[in-house]
Write a protein that binds this ligand. Sequence first.
Ligand code: PLP
Length: 457
Amino acid sequence: MRYISTRGETPAQTFQEAVLTGLAPDGGLLIPEHIPRVSEHLDAWSQLDFIGLAQEIVALFAPDIERVTLDALVRSAYESFDHPDVVGLVPVGDVHVLELFHGPTLAFKDIALQLLGRLFRHILDERGERLNIIGATSGDTGSAAIAGVRGQPNIDIFVMFPKGRVSPLQQLQMTSVPDTNVYCLEVDGSFDDCQSMLKQTFGDLEFKRRFALGAVNSVNWARVLAQVIYYAYASLRLGRERPVSFAVPTGNFGNVFAGYVARRMGLPIDRLIVATNENDILARFFASGRYRRDDVRFTVTPAMDIQVASNFERYLYFHLDRDPALLRRFMQDFAETGDAALDRAPPIADFEATAVAAEDTLRAITKTYEQHRYVADPHTAVGIAAAARVPRSGPTVCVATAHPAKFPESVDSALGAPLARHPRLEALRGLPQRLDPLAAKVDALKHYVAEHCGEAE
Ligand SMILES: *Cc1c(COP(=O)(O)O)cnc(C)c1O
């Protein structure tokens, strides 16, 4: 299994190279040369627990890591979760809620980043190399990435967040971590500033090579791969008679794209419902075929306050029959004008998309609790509200991306009572924080990294 770029101008890579590379040098995203069909395994796979299934799936995509080693990495990643089945699959009215938030930082990003951190460590150990990870976060990614690599001797991690824009609890989840390989940078600017500093730093290929920069955002293929596991798990648990539909709260399109990969592999999956908040560029695209950037709106679901979804390019590549030239043209139009269009909208069989406004999200939290005594976080509630809108037959899974205690203000206000608490988060209050201020300038970031990182060469 080799990995190629959506833009078609990067030589094929092994899995290990793809994990270290992150974004392809031609600006594209790495994807497997072909997606394996697994239909003949489904009977056997439906007997496996989450970890057993995870081991089978990861092995298919990572043939260049010895199977015993891989199995141990996968086991260790998911033993860090505090649910006996790793993920929860809870009946709530006429849907099932797939709880992906039982990892160390209480958001679904742990599923991918606990594994990615271990993959990094193994690959770097083998090669005798080190990596400096730079990330930007508006909330959940930062703490999950830190939790995945804290304390590792061959990695330093630098996480930028916009000053005053992440919730106090989310900030504490990052800044209270005592490990000395973790650097939290409070940027005097917006999340967009952080992202553009990140992009420019990675765009400086000489700097990237010299300081061995690595990426943990969802352009990294290993993140998509880890997310395929729970689509397989839930669809095999519930879909032996009729295929399962999934409603997925969506920001960067990484989560729902993993569902698309799982369906192409032959897992029993029917509809994939792309549930966005008021930042509805994807909902508009799937209705019209036109991809047009708008201003970012701040909502009660901050992890989805995204206009340009980085993983969307992977889907588009498949939709354009894997023609890198067509894809390059679309992405170039979009980069130049913030507006690109297909001849017609993609078929509804690929994705159904709907945008959920804040008031409908909060109402879904209230209703879900009143009717079923289930407390959903706002992101999860976007999916629940979307599922209720889309006609479907067969079992439906609403993907729960965060524990409600991560967003206590919105949940408390929807329920009129403090029902969203978690002891691990309560224990953070008042802990000492480690962070450094950083000007919103790419040179300030480069200078900081050069001063603090372990030597790459
Ligand atoms: C990251 C995140 C999302 C969005 O996931 P994408 O893969 O970016 O679509 C949704 N909900 C929560 C809680 C998140 O942390």
